[in-house]
Design a protein. Sequence first.
Length: 63
Amino acid sequence: MQSVSSLSKVAAFFKRLGTAYERSEAARKEAYLAEAVDLYDLEYRMQRLDRESAQTAAWIKGF
């Protein structure tokens, strides 16, 4: 019974860790986009983030 409790605590820890990572990543992206000096720069930055996401997804998919 105690191992189930320990596993649920570990699972909850990793869930909180993942949530914290997602929030920090979203804040990083938002700050990066906020630094754009004009509309063209903003569009370039958005496309760059999209490319990064696609590359990350392809890397994870190949795992």
